[in-house]
Design a protein around this ligand. Sequence first.
Ligand SMILES: [Zn+2]
Length: 657
Amino acid sequence: MAKIKDRLDVVEVLSGYMKLQKAGINYKGRCPFHNEKTPSFFVSPERQIWHCFGCGKGGDFFEFVKEIEGVEFREALKILASKAGIELEQFQSKPGESIDAKQKLLEICELATKFFEKQFQSSSGKEALAYLHDRGLTDASITEFRLGWAPNDWESLSVYLQTRGYQEKEIVDAGLAIKRSIESGREGVYDRFRSRIMFPIFEVSGQVVGFTARVFEPSSAKSGQPGLAKTGETMAKYVNTPQTLIYDKSRVLYGLSKAKLDIKKSDRCILVEGNMDALMSFQAGVRNVVASSGTALTPTHLRLLQRYTKNLGFCFDTDQAGAMATRRGIGLALAQQFNISILEIKDPECKDPADYVKKYPAGAGTSGAGGSSWADVVANAKPVIDYYFDRARSSYNPTSAESKKQIISAVAPFIKRLAGSVERAHWISQLSSLLRVPESAVSADIATFKDDLDVYTREDTVSQTPIAQSAPAPHEAPDVINEMILSLVLKAPTLLRDEIMTIEDNLVDDRTTNIIRQVVEEPFDNTQGKPFEFKTFATRFMGEEALQLEFAYLRSQELWQGFDDETLKTEFHNVINTARRRLINTRLTNLQFDVKEAEANKDQNRLTQLAGEFNELARQLILTHHLYGSKEKNKEIVQETEEKTESQVSSTEETSI
Ligand SMILES: [Zn+2]
């Protein structure tokens, strides 16, 4: 780990994930972890840390990689080690699964991807490429997702890989070749994927671990319509890499490595069925999209997504199978407490998102041929109950008892699972007025309804195969006011010395108090030519404390740059007053409860005493407003606090007078 720290630089690592701009001694950019228009994300090459003033996240580059890749420390270490070109033998994952064997398979998959990419130049490959263009894919998307072509040949890939030094067994282990049977009378292996369009499957970190292959027969090999092979009955439309040491279809979602950042940013993931759906959506600018890629969605898939968001938008194919898959996926997602919405494709000519994006390309707008863009479809997703309720209502036949039952069965599972009783009551009343049945009867029906989603909930608890890493614990954002105070202390410890000494207890948290105490005890003095030196000072601190100090220092560099002494003093007073108001507000809130209690007990003496305390706090509060003007930077904080204070003061007055 020390080696990695030496070889990599925070700016370099972060630049691989986001755009950074040099701004003075530091770098800044738009935070990848929250949505913002103006950059409040800063990186210090000198201190090797990053910190966002907006959402409070920050740390070293390990912390960044963990956060952005959604991985735990060990995986982050692996990613960074490969960037630094360091072998990580000491971090071998499981006994028996040597890094070497896995590494070999990854290399083979990477080589195979390159091989397939090149085959687009062959004559059969050109036809496959034309087919993809016809489906609406651009060259940019094809390149970005590294699609390729497996020619109709029994050995071309295997032979190629062997010339590159890989053993037959390794090629078979990677899932790319199959051992010939004894009956065939021949030795050796043959290629698994022939005459197929290849979609590499990337692991979260971006490495190719397997393939999804779509059958395609070029015209030279058959006579018939282009696209699906004539011998389609015997050839599956899609074939996946079998389970290998590096590929487990229940754990990989197609497109996640490219979509994860957008999923985090938008705090939402769109789930589609096919690779083409994901690709076309990505191409249309809706990039927070992943595909279950022909395999059924698993609880493990969902646990993987939980690292990035709790909000899912389902858009499965419009056919019967798609509806079933959606229902099943919803059941699983509900079991993991996802918020679910449904995307509706209303054009009957489009059976899936890929068709839809092709028919209504991005930018076509809502005025197009009667359909809105894919981005609009995504934006107009309906919460899951609304979706099923609206659908049931549109097909409701009031004269049929069966129809009533169908409506109940469509929405009951969701109403049952609603956490809020208000929301539940709302839906029961909706159903009651639609069906013209008393609410009590609807309630009873829902309670006794045999739940089709229960199956999936149970399935999830049975197959509790934990994913390699659970979601990283969200880093607790440091308190902004504490950080502002400390940043000023670090900016001008000598200038503010007198003021710093007057900071009363409880105004800042213990950790900040401790750091501040050490700053003022430091034997520094500008007049003696010994300025406060952060670099040496920082070496005293470790862990969370050190991080807090670094964040404050970065803020002091960025926020108080070029301020004159007088302004710095004003800023300090303002921030201290903000902290005081916060403290007084807390006390006022507590006082309210005391007053209520005293009133309930009819304790006149106590009430008089509390009124006195109230007056004193109110006086202090007014003082914090009068000392200095309010042209400060932290105006918003002050305003916010003021609003809160006013409402609390007035409510306290009502109760106490
Ligand atoms: Zn941020």
